[in-house]
Design a protein around this ligand. Structure first.
Ligand code: FAD
Length: 451
């Protein structure tokens, strides 16, 4: 494998125990460079390989539905690993502390971790590095071009990141090998917790409802990818922006939970027979826009507050802070989808009832929060709360970047000045009506929500 996907976070003394792979973002066996790298280290050191996942019951903004999607997917991971002779242990609690304890108890040879740009994950890794004596490596198995290779600074917009990504694609968009197999027994029996214990620790886990079109796990993810490539990709470049149609891939929940590899997705799309403009449009979203979001969060630790907005946007929003708002809604009214705007209400319902709002409506939804709350700070706070709480793909760099784009002009440029928005790009109901059949969208959402 290309070992530039890995980077050493901490040097240390190699212990006598196993190589530990700490899975916390890329929850899959197939197409997982972090697992492949950990397996490579274990073969080189002639040490066993052990995969560990630690469920944090206090994970920021996670609901029972998110936990259920993850835990069911992890059961498939455990089975897939067992079939390949690789041991898996499930822990519960504060992940950095639990994984650090495990590494010390087992005298780990090394720890290999997933890469994640989010604040609390960077904190987990820093804590782990402080508490372990063995080397700690991190592998970016989530992005096609590893985030720390694509760019070493915050990129201004897609236009500045795109050429850097494209320059690296020949190196990183390579073929994916079969998942590793281990013939050496894991050696240790570190215990771990059972499904029953998880169900006792996470309120409402047993009864959490998962939408029928999003089944957890990498097998369901690969089926959805195949379906999209064979019957959804054709026409993507035009259909994806029409919320009344089913023109997007619908892959974001699996991509978010790392049950589907972006690289596998890119390879499947690139080699399909679909028209070139559809393939290019999809790969731009999947690679450039998605990796821009990771770049944004890695380089802006305040990615979920208004302080991350560019200077021009903060200035223009401050200038218009006192503008009268046409409508003012409380967080409760917004959460309940009780505004004067049927399209916005439908978008909110789509999110709360199905776990996934259409991408085009997400932009409109975010912009109206700016217009209908008392300040950008309030809009930002409510947007993050709703997005993280209800989207199955929420709590993701894409969400933080998308919200900061909608409300705070991140990765965008100044537009013509107008009330409330200042120079931040504006969207309105008339614009939706020009673009697609709003009534058909509302009817579609009502049908999906069983109304
Ligand atoms: P497709 O159009 O089929 O795209 C395929 C993949 O490309 C997506 O799954 C995603 O990984 C990536 N992608 C597509 N559009 C974008 C984009 N604009 N930015 C970054 N990556 C993109 N995406 C999330 O994954 N989680 C979120 O919580 C989230 N919240 C958002 C909130 C707002 C306010 C906005 C404006 C956008 C948000 N997005 C979020 C980005 C985008 O809307 C979704 O990724 C997309 O709608 C997911 O549906 P899909 O997989 O069917 O997309």
């Amino acid at each position: 494998m290309n070992i530039r996907r890995a980077r050493l976070l901490k040097q240390g003394r190699h212990g006598e125990g196993p190589v530990l792979y700490w899975m916390h973002r890329d929850h899959r066996v197939r197409d997982n460079w972090a697992l492949n790298f950990a397996s490579l280290l274990s073969r080189r050191a002639e040490a066993p390989l052990l995969v560990v996942h630690c469920l944090d019951p206090a994970y920021p903004m996670a609901r029972a539905e998110h936990f259920r999607f993850l835990i069911n997917g992890l059961e498939a991971v455990r089975d897939g690993l067992m079939a390949r002779g690789i041991a898996f242990v499930q822990l519960l609690g504060d992940p950095a502390i639990q994984v650090g304890n495990l590494a010390r108890t087992l005298d780990a040879h090394a720890v290999v971790s997933d890469f994640d740009p989010l604040r609390h994950k960077r904190h987990w890794l820093a804590t782990l590095c402080e508490s372990t004596v063995c080397p700690v490596q991190e592998v970016d198995a989530h992005n096609v071009v590893p985030c720390f290779i694509a760019s070493d600074k915050a990129e201004y917009m897609a236009r500045t990141l795109r050429p850097k990504i494209h320059r690296h694609l020949p190196e990183f968009l390579d073929d994916l090998p079969e998942p590793p197999k281990q013939s050496r027994p894991s050696g240790a029996n570190p215990g771990g917790i059972t499904r029953d214990q998880l169900e006792r620790a996470i309120p409402h886990l047993k009864t959490a409802h998962l939408p029928s079109n999003f089944q957890p796990g990498e097998a369901a993810a690969l089926t959805a990818l195949e379906r999209f490539v064979t019957s959804g990709l054709h026409g993507y470049s035009t259909r994806r922006n029409d919320p009344s149609l089913d023109g997007q891939s619908g892959l974001s929940p699996w991509l978010h939970f790392g049950m589907l590899s972006a690289q596998r997705t890119a390879l499947a799309v690139a080699s399909s027979m679909a028209p070139s403009e559809d393939k290019q449009a999809f790969l731009e979203e999947l690679i450039v826009r998605r990796e821009l979001a990771d770049n944004f969060c890695l380089h802006h630790a305040d990615y979920d507050s208004t302080s991350c907005y560019p200077d021009w946007a903060r200035r223009t929003l401050a200038k218009h802070a006192g503008d009268p708002r046409p409508y003012l809604y409380s967080k409760h009214e917004l959460e309940a989808g009780q505004t004067h705007d049927p399209a916005w209400n439908a978008a909110q319902l789509e999110m709360t009832a199905t776990g996934k709002m259409h991408g085009y409506m997400r932009m409109y939804w975010g912009k109206k929060l700016l217009e209908w709350t008392s300040s950008p700070d309030e809009a930002q706070e409510i947007a993050v709360y709703l997005n993280d709480r209800y989207e199955l793909d929420g709590r993701d760099p894409n969400g933080y970047a998308g919200i900061a784009w909608s409300i705070g002009g991140v990765h965008d440029r100044p537009w013509a000045e107008r009330p409330v928005f200042g120079q931040v790009r504006y969207m309105n109901f008339q614009g939706l009506k020009r673009k697609f059949d709003v009534e058909a969208y509302i009817a579609k959402v009502d049908m999906l929500a069983g109304k």
